[in-house]
Design a protein around this ligand. Structure first.
Ligand code: 6PG
Length: 244
């Protein structure tokens, strides 16, 4: 399902409400909410909205466990880390206890071992995985032509990203984690994402070229600029366009 919003502010508001309702429902049905976060500029705005009124004081946060779908191999105090981003824009603001924060230990010297440690940390089934998409169609830290795309056994892998994605050393969840999740929400904003989005939804496209195709059946929240090409395709009832 794809929801297209006129502008980025509407997209952030809708994504914030969507995440809060996933949390509420998970806590109601299963007592806990297990959420895998991502990095990027769109999530930062959403995290801040979740920390503010009316969401910041909601009781579902007491039962929310936070994980990451990918992480840059830098210390947790490094502003480039996805952990740091979430801490300063959400977790510290809502006062999440450390026992509910399960960061990827991506800064240890043995990255292969870190992958195995992450597997032990991750929930068996995430309630929600939040993802972004890069301009060339990567998602989490699964880049075009990466061996991670075909992984069926491991849940977290160390990758060296292409030169344009710094820092290049990263840990990422693999397709089995994405497939096991109860819900996956993908965010894409801006004209620069339009071609990649078209490649995700193009019939007969190649997942190795556009890894975000791994999650084409997820819920997609995109703005009109990113949806420019996809809106010309015949995707039928799967696209909902929201205008003011
Ligand atoms: C990361 C992300 C990555 C990101 C996309 C989109 O750590 O870099 O997890 O997959 O979501 O690159 O990023 P933007 O929202 O900044 O465009």
């Amino acid at each position: 399902m794809m929801r297209v919003f006129d502008e980025a502010g509407q997209l952030s508001d809708a994504a914030t409400a969507f995440i809060a309702s996933c949390a509420e429902q998970a806590v109601k049905e299963r007592g806990e909410f297990h959420w895998l976060l991502c990095g990027g500029s769109t999530p930062r705005r959403i995290y801040r909205l979740l920390a503010g009124n009316p969401y910041g004081g909601r009781t579902f946060w007491w039962r929310t466990h936070f994980y990451w779908g990918d992480e840059r191999c830098v210390p947790p105090t490094d502003p480039r880390s996805n952990y740091y981003l979430a801490r300063e824009s959400l977790l510290d603001l809502i006062g999440t206890p450390d026992s509910q924060i399960h960061r990827m230990p991506a800064d240890v010297p043995d990255k292969e071992a870190a992958g195995a440690v992450c597997e032990a940390i991750l929930p068996a089934k995430a309630d929600l995985v939040l993802l972004g998409m890069g301009e060339e169609g990567h998602t989490a830290s699964i880049f075009p032509h990466s061996p991670v795309i075909d992984e069926t056994r491991r849940q977290v892998m160390h990758v060296v990203a292409p030169e344009y994605a710094v820092p290049r050393d990263r840990l990422t969840v693999t397709p089995p984690v994405l497939r096991a999740a109860r819900q996956v929400l993908v965010l894409a904003e801006g004209e620069k994402k339009a071609e990649a989005l078209e490649k995700v939804f193009r019939p007969g496209g190649d997942v190795h070229e556009t890894p975000a195709r791994l999650v084409r059946d997820a819920v997609w929240f995109v703005d009109r600029a990113a949806a420019r090409l996809v809106l010309k395709m015949n995707l039928g009832g799967m696209v909902q366009v929201h205008t003011e």
